[in-house]
Design a binder for this molecule. Sequence first.
Ligand code: UDP
Length: 329
Amino acid sequence: MKILVTGGAGYIGAHMAKWLARAGHEVVIFDNLSTGFRFLARYGTLFEGDLNRPETIERCLEGQAFDAVIHFAARSLVGESVQNPLLYYQNNVSGTVNLLAAMDRAGVRRLIFSSTAATYGNPQSVPIPETAPTRPINPYGRSKRMMEQVIEDAVAAYSFDAVSLRYFNAAGADPEGELGECHDPETHLIPLVLQAALGKRPAVTIYGEDYPTPDGTCVRDYIHVWDLVAAHDAALSALMEDRVKGYDVFNLGIGHGYSVKEVIEVCQRVVAQSGCRIPVQVGPRRPGDPAELVADSRKAQRVLQWRAHHSDLETIVRHAWAWTRRYLG
Ligand code: UDP
């Protein structure tokens, strides 16, 4: 197949491109390199373009007969979205409108969309099924929810087939150590902890230990990035084989949460094998963090026949550590 991966120079998109290339598909990566990295875009032909310059995505799709688009290109920092919401609505929402219009014109009718658990906001209960109300609590989450709505309406009107995949906490790195997570600035827990282990940061700060959780720190559902891209592959097969038609939504997590303290403990254990240790301090809560986010992913298991194979926390951290040492060490 021939697949377009928007945002394929970013963390998850780059892993997706590798998965597809390894499976023998032809991969084109469409990326403006604003938050992605050229060196991560190594498993596809890079087309430098910007979804907010519609002529670039039109040119990329023209006459190419793509079988599907996997859409990762978006900004994804909660804090930045609060500071600059219009950037998020313009980049994420308008970018998706432009992508769909170009797909329609080029006759590409299948889309897999990288969505997020942030569309749920503060859940009433966990684990969270796809039927839970979507009440995002920040512009980032709202922009992703709007992107879903734009896609759902486009499916109804222009006969696309599309799937939104709502990720919980993507983590870990390519099991072969070639690709991994790098953001600038880095805000995610596991990369920050491992950077502290390498002495690149003085310490890791636990954002609050007064949450209503067993140890007082926030609980998240961490899913290995390789399991995550496997789920996209399963969704792609379901679309190609007409097992999923129209528009559908799936949660992707493992259905089990770990607290910030538990994550740090596992990291301490893994880095100790390399003679490293992680200085830890406790700070105030980070605004907008729900106490607990855990996925009910049974629908993805049932309909997409997908299973997580790499997502025990120790494997996630081992792979992330191998990449971090190579990249930063
Ligand atoms: N977190 C933390 N210290 C950090 C970064 C994150 O305590 O330096 C916590 C954060 O409050 C959240 C969890 O770790 O409860 C995961 O945060 P991350 O930013 O990795 O993902 P999010 O859940 O926000 O998507």
